[in-house]
Design a binder for this molecule. Structure first.
Ligand code: NAP
Length: 852
């Protein structure tokens, strides 16, 4: 083969690849259509083009000598300065000799026999290589403007993404700019300085904050100079590739003066990651997001004099941060200039471009020049624009017809020895690109080096690993507000492009950890082949829901005591403390307290929905291993269940162990359900529409009550129930530790509740009932990372086998406790929605609405 590695693209990625590969002794050739190095900084030469990550951070970290000899002149360097930096890097390491400029790779085909790639270039050459690396960037393929008449205009036409090398002079000209993304927002103020008239055609207003450009932030420079290594390490292990302390201030919970202070500080800082870090929950909680959004709108209104123009510039159709926010210099103030005008395309859309200008639905405009700042076919565009054929002739374009699927954003099945630098499903555009580029190049080079050492010459991800990573990406995306926006992040700017969140939103730090882990675990999820044989350590790298892992990590960091090491009194006090700081759950129509009149009366709280009653009734039993909790200890979950199901929820307390051992709690549950069924009318609920529900030990009591109460019940909702005393099922082994409910804690609960000989009594282990026939329809929810998973599964199966209608929901990536963490674990909300909808369908008075 001609080369070990061929790479497309001579920007930040391609240059660093040459540097690393050469040092490892691999032969490499880079092709780039451009006539020199620079990548995005070669093409985007429009006035005002500069980076919007502080330049100290937006630079290579691989060589301390390079870091020391280069000094940036500004906080945000201009395009010429960044291009000069990349030129300097190319010179310093003599990189150009491995680059063929003015040449594009037009096609790439995997040759199974050769175990390598055959590439065809725009120069007509065929080049062969073992590994093909696409370092083509995320925003390198300009989108052809989807506007009628775009080729008709007779005046000057410019595209921000393909700007001429010579200076464009707009002096005295009538200029149109179409597009108000980062490129438009950067060039508009500068074009306005020259043009006689500037008309900005805006379809969607964008959030933008002042960059306050100037000398580099002295604090950052000092921190960097004091310990470069530590600074770079902090960046590599940060959320976005810039070292910044993530806040824990919750927007909706913070007092007004804290909100204002945090926002003002971020606004004055003029940094993207500061304004994205005003509140911890601003990208996941619409209410918190709206607080930040509105404070930005207030700023826009305070800058722009004409109220109508100001309002048109205020973004209202997407949450802040879900379209790429911009940093600007005098963008909004530019609209106060008398020769600058904003045309709101939402009100008067462009009809066509004409020979002399632009016709909108309301007006005819004449121009000397039109500037298109209309964006890119991002992320996948540059990859699929090359005809890449993998094994069996499948093209990447066809494989990704429904959206990209990758393993770690680096590789994709069916395309052996093909790597992407900052590909889709990697943090890429959500991060400081240079940090992500270095991480990817390092990972790829380390992999090549490892393979050579171990005698492998091909690497390809497995379908299982790819599916798992793809799902993890979707899981991460779905807990954010991103899916709400028509952004290029979601592919929405290109007609017909699949709508998914293209970059990985889980964070640079977590992403790096996943990549490192895959390598450390013997290339988990990859198949390696070669003269050294074959190795495939198949598996999925991230299986927990992302917010569940966050909660688990936070709990681990708190070093909480293991409950089973405490006395019941201490454990109860601890649970009360935890309950006091959790979110309260949604507001319900009303709540009232009362007593179930038994020999030992049982306290209850009745939650009623907001809708007019009477409602069906759900008698609910709380979790806590028969030892902990009370009728109010699952309050957020009860409120959530009440709101979602539109049923009244009667949360009844029961006698707890060890003061009251088995069968006290079970007897209470049975008696409470009988009482509730007999008193449905007095409780203001629909007679004959009673169901039982419970979580964990409460699920045990609900299942027992469904078997023993002897009153007609519409259903039973069992959430991660304890249904058996057998600890030998695999889920006890797999999830013995690390997921909050441990095997040791279950032992502690059982020991307090019930003597070993009685545990097999169906009143304690309802799975052991002689018959389950004739029981009410069941909704059984089991969680993947729960010691009780398998017994819950077994109960669902046994009920179904006995002819009971069962809806079995398997909560993927969840733990025993995550499904009830209302407003903490966002990914649990869809499971609760499904659960509530299944419950509703069991009540005749609600079923039609559920169906609707
Ligand atoms: P962009 O963010 O996609 O913005 C394109 C603009 O053109 C949008 O306002 C879009 O409106 C508008 N547009 C597209 N098609 C249109 C049509 N047919 N009619 C009317 N308007 C149309 O593209 P960009 O500004 O080039 O920026 C792309 C990305 O590059 C940025 O988000 C950023 O990541 C990166 N970038 C970074 C910098 C930097 O400072 N470092 C500078 C420039 C770019 P809609 O929103 O309605 O689609």
């Amino acid at each position: 083969m001609d080369f070990d590695v061929v790479t497309a693209g001579a920007g930040f990625s391609g240059l660093y690849l040459i540097y690393r590969l050469r040092r490892l002794g691999f032969s490499v050739r880079v092709f780039d259509e451009a006539l020199d190095v620079g990548g995005t900084w070669y093409w985007n030469r429009y006035p005002g083009a500069r980076c919007d990550i502080p330049t100290t951070d937006y630079s290579y970290s691989f060589d301390p000598e390079l870091e020391k000899e280069w000094t940036w002149s500004e906080k945000y360097a201009t395009q010429p300065e960044i291009l000069a930096y990349l030129g300097h890097v190319a010179d310093k390491y003599d990189l150009r000799r491995d680059i063929q400029f003015g040449t594009k790779i037009e096609s790439a085909a995997w040759d199974e026999e050769m175990r390598g790639w055959r590439l065809r270039t725009s120069a007509g050459d065929e080049v062969t290589c073992r590994f093909y690396v696409a370092a083509t960037g995320c925003l390198s393929l300009p989108k052809k403007p989807d506007i009628e008449g775009v080729d008709r205009f007779g005046g000057e036409v410019y595209f921000t993404g393909r700007w001429p090398h010579e200076k464009v002079d707009f002096t005295g000209k009538r200029v149109a700019v179409i597009g108000t993304g980062s490129s438009g927002i950067q060039c508009i103020p500068l074009i306005a300085r020259e043009a006689a008239q500037l008309t900005v055609f805006q379809r969607t207003p964008n959030f933008s904050c002042p960059a306050w450009n100037g000398p580099e932030d002295p604090e950052r420079v000092a921190r960097f100079a004091a310990d470069r290594d530590a600074y770079r390490q902090a960046a590599r292990w940060s959320r976005g590739g810039v070292p910044i302390e993530p806040t824990d201030v919750i927007g909706t919970a913070a007092p007004e003066e804290v909100r204002r202070r945090r926002f003002e500080e971020a606004w004055q800082k003029g940094e993207l990651f500061a304004i994205l870090n005003v509140f911890a929950d601003q990208l996941v909680n619409p209410a918190s997001n709206e607080l930040v959004s509105e404070m930005i709108r207030e700023k826009i209104r305070s800058i722009v004099h004409d109220p109508e123009t100001a309002e048109a510039l205020c973004p209202k159709d997407h949450p802040f941060g879900t379209k790429r926010p911009c940093l600007d210099t005098d963008y909004f103030a530019t609209f106060n200039l008398p020769h600058v005008r904003l045309v709101d395309l939402r009100k008067t859309p462009i009809k066509t471009i004409t020979e002399t200008g632009i016709d909108t639905a309301a007006e005819t405009f004449e121009f000397d020049a039109i500037v298109y700042a209309t964006g890119f076919d991002a992320m996948t565009g540059p990859l699929v624009s090359v005809d890449i054929k993998g094994r069996d002739g499948i093209t990447l374009k066809d494989k990704w017809a429904e959206g990209p699927a990758t393993y770690l954003g680096l590789t994709t099945t069916g395309f052996p020895n093909f790597f992407m630098v900052t590909g889709p499903e990697s943090p890429s555009v959500f991060s400081n690109m240079v940090v992500s580029i270095e991480q990817h190049v390092d990972w790829i080079c380390d992999a090549l080096d490892d393979m050579r050492r171990d005698g492998y010459d091909t690497i390809e991800p497995t379908p299982l690993a790819e599916e798992g990573w793809h799902r993890h990406n979707a899981d991460c995306a779905n807990i954010t507000l991103h899916p709400l926006a028509n952004s290029w992040y979601m592919g929405a700017n290109v007609p017909g492009k699949p709508r998914v969140l293209y970059p990985y939103i889980g964070g640079v730090d977590r992403y790096r950890a996943a990549c490192d882990e895959a390598r450390a675990r013997g290339y988990l999820g990859f198949k390696l082949t070669g003269p050294g044989g074959e190795r495939c350590n198949d598996g999925v790298i991230r299986r927990l829901q992302p917010d569940v892992s966050l909660v688990l990590e936070a709990m681990e960091a708190m070093n909480l005591p293991a409950l089973e090491t405490l006395s019941p009194a201490e454990a109860r006090a601890f649970m009360d403390q935890s309950a006091a700081i959790r979110p309260p759950g949604p507001a319900v129509g009303s709540e009232e307290d009362g007593l179930v009149p038994l020999d030992v009366p049982l306290e209850y709280r009745l939650y009623r929905p907001e809708s007019p009653g009477p409602h069906p009734l759900v008698v609910y039993f709380h979790g806590g291993g028969w030892v902990l909790g009370s009728h109010v200890s699952d309050e957020p979950f009860c409120r959530d269940l009440c709101t979602r199901s539109d049923a009244a929820v009667l949360s009844v307390n029961y006698r707890h162990a060890p003061e009251w051992r088995f069968p006290a709690a079970a007897e209470d549950a049975v008696a409470a359900v009988r009482w509730a069924a007999d008193n449905a009318v007095e409780l203001g609920t629909v007679p004959g529409e009673v169901a039982v529900a419970g979580w964990s030990a409460g699920g045990n009591l609900a299942a027992v009550a469904a078997q023993r109460a002897g009153v007609p019940l519409r259903g039973q909702l069992l959430l991660c129930p304890v249904v058996d005393c057998d600890f030998s099922r695999p889920s006890y082994e797999e999830n013995a530790e690390g997921y909050v409910l441990t095997r040791a804690l279950m032992e502690w609960f059982w020991d307090h509740y019930c003597d070993p000989p009685s545990r097999t009594d169906p009143l304690a282990s309802p799975l052991r009932a002689a018959s389950l026939e004739g029981l009410p329809p069941a909704v059984v929810v089991t969680a993947e990372f729960d010691p009780l998973r398998d017994e819950g599964d077994a109960y669902a199966a046994a009920l179904a086998a006995a002819g009971v209608p069962v809806t079995h929901l398997r909560a993927r990536g969840h733990t025993h406790t995550s499904l009830t963490m209302v407003d903490v674990v966002i990914s649990s909300a869809p499971v609760r929605a499904e659960m509530a909808s299944a419950l509703r369908s069991l009540f005749p008075s609600l079923a039609p609405a559920a169906a609707a």
